[in-house]
Design a protein around this ligand. Structure first.
Ligand code: PEP
Ligand code: MN
Length: 369
């Protein structure tokens, strides 16, 4: 039962979640898209090991849609492994024949890639972040696949530019292709501890702007390190993403690309079994109660802010009358440090408090101008 507890001068709502955790756990939905495989196709033996793992999961009832494997690798810098190209394509065809219930998927970046794949009997594609960042490249691919009716998985562009992502989806749709998006994070200068910044608000906004669009998550490229993949994937599931594209390699440490972020088949099987799916389209009394309390708290927050800005206005008038400057750096520095300290005493992060007060302060300065 939810109950209140008096902690640090406040009543907090406490819930015992431990006994509800397993009850809330559901099987992976049948329409969830599970795509996994090595960053790059490196040999028939490598592909066969991963395919056997995925085919085994599929046979157990997991909604494994395809095995991924890169054939042409657009690398950010020259001198890195760029894929085995058409040679690897013959391996994919071979594996597809050996595992008829496990389709194979690869990345296409330009029309000759798509043509070579179709000739080799491979017709599941994703378009990578670097390609999606270039509208000419996207248009060329869209033109070359026009009328094929295929489904393309479209990764987000490297930069956090939602319009560019939507633009690529539109170009493919206009060519009669079906599309699904793949969120793989964004290349920001500092995305620590991950390789790419997830900026979850972008895929969420994409879903809101394009109702009905399925958005998958690629936790491997977000995480950049295998140990972070499960937490990123779980968050994607909690945020109602429609599937996962995960990098899996039999010997990650020896991988020719993205070695740090690939899971072994064993780790992947364990990870899949631990993903926790919850009811997402329904609500519960406890959740309703919490949402109600959050609504009330936010209303109080707004009222407190309104009071603060009222004081700011009065202060602005005094400064004008007494001919004092609006911004006094010493005072502002003290305010910032003091608020950060107060926040820490209340169990909040000092960085969060500083970011919040920088925003409040900017508005205060504006009001007093
Ligand atoms: C990949 O999937 O291996 C890849 C290169 O991805 P991205 O385009 O997201 O960097
Ligand atoms: Mn990769």
């Amino acid at each position: 039962m939810p109950h209140f507890k008096y902690i640090r001068g406040r009543y907090l709502l406490m819930m015992d979640v431990s006994d509800t955790k397993d009850k809330a756990r559901l099987p992976m939905p049948a329409d969830f898209r599970l795509i996994a495989g090595p960053c790059s196709a490196e040999s028939p033996a490598q592909l066969r090991i991963v395919a056997a793992c995925l085919d085994g999961l599929r046979a157990q009832g997991y909604p494994v849609e395809a095995m991924r494997a890169g054939v042409w690798k657009p690398r950010t810098r020259p001198g890195h492994f760029e894929g085995y190209g058409e040679r690897a394509l013959t391996w994919l065809t071979q594996i597809q024949a050996e595992f008829p219930l496990l389709p194979v998927m690869t990345e296409v970046a330009e029309p000759p890639h798509a043509e070579a794949c179709l000739k080799a009997g491979i017709d599941r594609f994703w378009v990578g972040a670097r390609t999606v960042s270039n509208p000419f490249a996207v248009q060329a691919l869209a033109d070359s696949l026009k009328g094929s009716g295929l489904t393309l998985r479209v990764k987000n562009p490297v930069s956090p530019d939602l319009a560019l992502w939507i633009g690529a989806l539109e170009r493919f749709e206009k060519s009669g292709l079906k599309v699904e998006a793949v969120h793989r994070g964004f290349g920001l200068y500092n995305a620590a501890p991950y390789r790419n910044a997830p900026l979850w608000e972008l895929p969420i906004e994409l879903k809101q702007r394009c109702p009905g669009l399925r958005v998958l998550c690629d936790p491997s490229h977000i995480a950049g390190q295998a140990r972070y993949v499960p937490e990123v994937a779980q968050l994607a599931v909690d945020l109602e993403m429609d599937g996962l594209m995960v990098e899996v390699h039999p010997t990650p440490e020896a991988a020719l690309s993205d070695a740090a972020q690939q899971l072994t088949p064993d780790a992947f099987v364990a990870f899949v079994g631990q993903l926790c799916f919850k009811h997402c389209h329904t609500t519960s009394d406890r959740l309703d109660m919490l949402r109600h309390l959050i609504d009330e708290t936010d209303r109080e927050l707004i009222a407190v802010l309104a009071r603060r800005f009222d004081l700011v206005r009065q202060m602005g008038a005094v400064k004008k009358e007494e001919n004092l400057s609006v911004l006094q750096l010493n005072r502002w520095q003290t305010v910032l440090e003091q608020r950060a300290g107060w926040a820490e005493e209340s169990g909040l992060s000092a960085d969060f408090a500083k970011a919040l007060f920088r925003c409040i302060h900017a508005e205060s300065v504006d009001i007093q101008k």
